[in-house]
Design a protein around this ligand. Structure first.
Ligand SMILES: [Zn+2]
Length: 164
């Protein structure tokens, strides 16, 4: 039997990008933690959101039923008010694989760069410097990140979301 490659040999597509509406700030932050390019501009009105989503090829995430059904951009109506259910809905709906977690700044969405311990000597508390070898830095907002105690909780949540 000749194997059918049509279902698995999908052409390489650009990674999915998101734009979260003003009500979905926590969801935006978490999509960034999972590594997904997620814009969030709470001051934009509906018209500007649709225009930006279309211009940048972003999926508009909204909990506004009316906005979700307006033509002009690809939208996903977020059904739950609970963060984990929201994340699960986005992951399932768009077949996402969160395999680049912690690679993006949760505050400003910029890809993070890796820094060695020496480079952050004056920027992190002494006990943190002693504990960790590698740090991440946001070249846009200049924040420094390290694994920390919240990372285990985040990994647990990611495992729950992806069923691993
Ligand atoms: Zn940043």
């Amino acid at each position: 039997m000749i194997p059918d490659y049509r279902q698995t040999d999908k052409p390489a597509t650009a990674p999915v990008k998101f734009l979260a509406d003003g009500m979905l700030g926590r969801l935006a932050k978490w999509l960034r933690i999972l590594g997904f390019d997620t814009a969030y501009h709470p001051a934009l009105d509906d018209y500007a959101l649709l225009r930006l989503a279309r211009a940048e090829g972003r999926v508009l995430l909204t909990c506004d039923r009316e906005l979700a059904h307006r033509p002009g951009a690809q939208s996903l109506l977020i059904e739950s008010t609970e963060l984990e259910a929201q994340l699960r809905q986005v992951i399932v709906a768009l077949h996402l694989r969160p395999d680049a977690a912690f690679s993006r700044c949760p505050v400003c969405n910029t890809p993070l760069e890796t820094l060695e311990r020496e480079a952050v000597r004056d920027r992190v508390p002494a006990h943190v410097l002693k504990t960790y070898i590698e740090f991440r830095h946001c070249p846009h907002c200049d924040r420094v990140y390290w694994p920390g105690t919240h990372r285990a909780r985040m990994l647990e949540m990611i495992a729950r979301l992806t069923g691993q």
